[in-house]
Design a protein around this ligand. Structure first.
Ligand SMILES: Nc1ncnc2c1ncn2[C@@H]1O[C@H](COP(=O)(O)OP(=O)(O)OP(=O)(O)O)[C@@H](O)[C@H]1O
Ligand SMILES: [Mg+2]
Length: 242
């Protein structure tokens, strides 16, 4: 989705970064001005070298990079996911239904063992106001929110709705298209923007007002992200720039 070069070899990928213990050589500028590190074609051999869950954290610390880093994981909790959990200041747990709520619970249990549960935030996703549960007056979102509150988990106030238009962006073309550029005017576009803003506020990087979280945010190492104003304006440039 991000590559400007098209598919094929060239540049390094996450496997090279792992070997070199630095992302410096493998960061590429991609679509939408987003820099990215390509995933390797053979993930299995990298997983075999990811036994130490603090490897990724150390690689990021050694990399000269002045910005937010997003680690996109698979939903199964294997060696690379554990590395991402150990490296992250914030962990976003998407919850769409009871099954994903239970999955989030497994992750919480793991995070609690290493004292990282305060870094986790639930994000409700694929919300469909038409989905009713047994009580016809209650929709699924209200029920999930109540359960998340009962479990004492922190949750972002923003949520993402289910949208046929967004679904088509991923399945209707050879290459996935971004919500930012190809779903303007939709509710999910606005929700993504609101979510980005809420995350920035949560990280202490900008915005006005306080995040409506169930729990106070733990302190965030601002020094790792450079100047607040710089980041806010860079993000806004990204949102406006087309
Ligand atoms: N708001 C939405 N409305 C409708 N469909 C959506 C929405 N968000 C995502 N989808 C669809 O759901 C599918 C999975 O989305 P996505 O890749 O974001 O999930 P994921 O959990 O990251 O999956 P994976 O584990 O494969 O990485 C995609 O086909 C996408 O088009
Ligand atoms: Mg994914």
């Amino acid at each position: 989705m991000f590559t400007l070069r098209g598919p094929g070899p060239g540049g390094g990928n996450l496997k090279h970064a792992w070997a070199e213990r630095s992302f410096d050589r493998v960061i590429q500028l991609g679509q939408y001005g987003v820099h990215f590190v390509a995933s390797p074609p053979d993930l299995a051999s990298l997983k075999a070298r990811a036994d130490d869950p603090d490897t990724l954290r150390r690689i990021i610390e050694r990399t000269q990079w002045d910005g937010l880093i997003i680690l996109d994981t698979k939903s199964d909790i294997e060696a690379l996911t554990l590395n991402a959990l150990h490296a992250a200041d914030r962990i976003v747990l998407p919850v769409a239904d009871w099954a994903s709520l239970e999955e989030a619970g497994k992750l919480y249990a793991i995070l609690e063992r290493s004292d990282r549960a305060t870094r986790a935030r639930v994000l409700l996703t694929l919300v469909d106001a038409r989905t009713r549960v047994e009580d016809p007056r209650q929709d699924l979102r209200a029920v999930l929110e109540a359960e998340i509150g009962r479990r004492g988990w922190a949750r972002y106030a923003s949520y993402l709705s289910r949208s046929p238009r967004v679904e088509a962006l991923n399945s209707g073309h050879g290459r996935p298209l971004s919500i930012l550029h190809h779903a303007q005017g939709t509710i999910v576009h606005r929700q993504m923007r609101a979510f980005a803003h809420e995350v920035l506020v949560d990280l202490g990087l900008g915005g006005v007002g306080s995040p409506r979280l169930e729990e106070p945010a733990d302190e965030f190492p601002l020094d790792r992200l450079g100047s607040v104003g710089g980041w806010k304006s860079a993000l806004l440039r990204g949102l406006r720039g087309r």
